[in-house]
Design a protein around this ligand. Structure first.
Ligand code: 5AD
Length: 351
């Protein structure tokens, strides 16, 4: 793979001509096939709790959103969802929640051990920023991976969407997770108000610098009951990145070129923008992972990070059947086993 510079990435992010786009899609698809192959790995997502101590300006789970009914799944409910993952032959469960101080460290450790004992599945945690001791305890209990999106690597933009939160703590968390031996995932939102093409290009190079194992890229979708949605209406910087499907897919395809071996999901946020084809397009443009939702239906609409989340009302079974049909019709196969990043564990940083 030729080295892509910041200038190359930025100019390819801006490209709109049909020929440049089809070249990008073809390259990303070829790199995907030759590195991670034809398998699409399924990770069953369980949204444990929508409580959150943070007040992020973009997120519908923010503490300040008093109108949202909060829930926390019971151990039995979580185990039932984990059993579904096994039944559907998913290789991984992803345990995700807001930064819920009611989820105690030992309780999560016990949960991890129980899931491992009863299902043997790979376990990915996505529980936000945590003390080092928690990360250590959960790794020891058997967790394999951790997802923590950086959202943007631009300090000023991050301050704007997380006022009052010190810059650098998420980076530090990601470094600690890698040191502890987790497979580490991060990612960004595309089209945050104030995000420029240059910022987005830098984010993509940062993925490589961090040598991430998983990278989630989705559009920013304004939630009307959050402060950032109001900013969307009034402020447009001249070089604002759009929050549309095409731009997200360009960022995804370029990420595949820059991080050839990473696991890249076709995100739910992207599928929300284009319900009929968003997932398929992503799988044809660099993605190799899908994260079907295994949260019980009664909680799903309460995990409202952004509005109108795709497939919010479908049951696990319908969702699963539908997904298998869509994936196989692309000529891809369903991944077997945990689907860890195995190739080339430490890649050479770009100069
Ligand atoms: N639009 C799109 N994605 C969002 N997230 C949070 N709020 C939004 C939003 N309004 C994403 C963030 C977070 C992940 C769990 O969900 O990237 O890390």
């Amino acid at each position: 793979m030729p080295t892509l510079t910041l200038v190359d990435i930025e100019s390819r992010l801006r490209a709109t001509e049909r020929s440049s786009l089809s070249k990008l899609w073809t390259e990303a698809d070829q790199v995907r096939r030759s590195t991670v192959g034809n398998a699409v790995h399924l990770r069953g997502l369980i949204e444990l709790s929508n409580h959150c101590r943070r007040d992020c300006h973009y997120c519908g789970l923010r503490r300040g959103r008093k109108s949202l009914t909060r829930y926390r799944m019971t151990l039995d409910e979580i185990m039932e969802s984990a059993q579904k993952a096994l039944q559907y032959s998913f290789g991984t469960v992803v345990l995700q929640a807001g930064e819920d101080t009611g989820l105690k460290v030992d309780w999560i450790s016990d949960l991890i051990r129980r899931i491992k004992d009863e299902t043997g599945l790979a376990i990915t945690l996505s529980l936000g920023e945590q003390p080092l001791s928690n990360f250590r305890a959960w790794k020891k209990a058997g967790a394999d991976r951790y997802l923590l999106r950086i959202e943007t690597t631009n300090a000023q933009l991050l301050m704007h969407i997380h006022p009052g939160k010190p810059y650098g703590t998420r980076m530090q968390n990601l470094e600690r997770l890698a040191d502890l031996g987790y497979e580490v995932g991060s990612g960004i939102m595309v089209g945050i108000p104030g995000q420029t093409y240059a910022m987005l290009a830098k984010d993509i190079l940062w993925f490589r610098k961090m040598d991430l194992d998983m990278i989630g890229i989705g559009p920013y979708l304004p939630h009307p009951d959050t402060p950032l949605a109001k900013v969307c209406v009034v402020s447009r910087v001249p070089d604002q990145v759009p929050r549309d499907e095409l731009t997200v897919e360009k960022a995804l395809a370029l990420t595949r070129l820059v991080c050839p071996e990473a696991n890249l999901p076709a995100t739910t946020a992207l599928a929300t923008l284009n319900r009929s084809k968003g997932r398929e397009n992503a799988l044809n443009r660099g993605a190799n992972v899908v994260m079907p939702n295994l949260t019980p239906i009664r909680y799903r609409r309460l995990y409202e990070i952004y509005p109108n989340k795709e497939r919010i009302d479908e049951t696990g079974d319908e969702c699963y059947q539908n997904l298998i049909r869509r994936i196989t019709s692309l000529g891809r196969k369903i991944g077997k086993g945990p689907g860890s990043r195995t190739l080339n564990r430490r890649i050479v940083p770009y100069p």
